[in-house]
Write a protein that binds this ligand. Structure first.
Ligand SMILES: [Zn+2]
Ligand SMILES: [Zn+2]
Length: 264
């Protein structure tokens, strides 16, 4: 699986159409797989992938993690819908529909595919599993369950754990009971070195990432040479004296940048 990170920023990135790749200014979090799949569809994703020479007409499937504005942008989704002549499949938790508020007219422009927690299905040459994230959109009474995904393709297995703090009990037990072996693990790194940050229940800080990756190693959830990856950075939560490489390098973790490509 070839990954291309079209955006690696947390919610502070929302308000710019074409964010620059400079410290503190990142595009909203979106990832491309093998030039045909997107995980999340954010404000800058369509224009940025076009700028990078990646053809939006090739996108067959978009997987939404959740309906927050740094992961979902209506205009971007409709641009992909137009580029694919209505063929693009849009996967989301069925409860997200109350937050996404699609009109009848919009729903005619792409293929809506709502899923439930722990569903597994085949699409885009992959086996995909939707797992519950520890995250929340809007009110604590919302029907939306933010999703993490497991993508399996060509003998490789990738965990996409963004947004979300910790693993939920369901996803951790799923990994152990199904004896999943990851070749790549992508974790939410929003809060960085700000240990007491208010986002503590919905995003990871650095201390949590150390424990989460240690648990993966100690419980046989990783294949040899598995890549540990972090994304979704709120740069205000990182000490400006250190680069992301200096923070994550000693932990054996790759921090992402906008435009970065990785092979899993
Ligand atoms: Zn986010
Ligand atoms: Zn979020």
């Amino acid at each position: 699986m070839k990954l291309l990170f079209l955006g690696t920023g947390a919610a502070g990135s929302v308000k710019r159409d074409e964010a620059d790749i400079t410290e503190g200014i990142r595009r909203c979090t979106t990832m491309m797989i093998d030039e045909t799949v997107l995980v999340d569809v954010s404000r800058q994703s369509f224009d940025y992938q076009t700028k990078l020479g990646k053809d939006p007409a090739k996108i067959t499937d978009i997987f939404l993690s959740h309906a927050h504005g740094d992961h979902f942008n209506r205009d971007s989704l409709l641009k992909y819908a137009a580029a694919t002549e209505g063929k693009v499949r849009f996967w989301c938790h069925k409860g997200a529909l109350e937050n996404l508020k699609f009109t009848e007219e919009e729903l005619e422009k792409f293929v809506l595919c709502p899923v439930e927690i722990c569903d597994t299905w085949e699409t885009a040459g992959m086996t995909v599993t939707a797992l519950p994230a520890n995250h929340l959109v809007g009110s604590f009474t919302t029907a939306e369950k933010p999703l993490h995904y497991i993508f399996e393709k060509d003998g490789k297995t990738l965990y996409y754990g963004c947004d979300g703090g910790w693993y939920t009990a369901i996803e951790w037990e799923y990994m152990l009971q199904k004896k999943v072996k990851f070749d790549g693990v992508i974790l939410d790194a929003t809060v960085g070195e700000d240990d007491g940050n208010f986002r503590i229940a919905t995003h990871n800080n650095l201390a949590m990432i150390k424990l989460l990756t240690l648990a993966l190693k100690q419980n046989g959830v990783l294949n040899e040479n598995a890549k540990l990856i972090t994304t979704h950075f709120a740069n205000s939560c990182y000490d400006k004296a250190y680069t992301k490489e200096e923070v994550f390098g000693p932990l054996g973790i790759l921090p992402t940048e906008d435009g970065m490509e990785l092979e899993i």
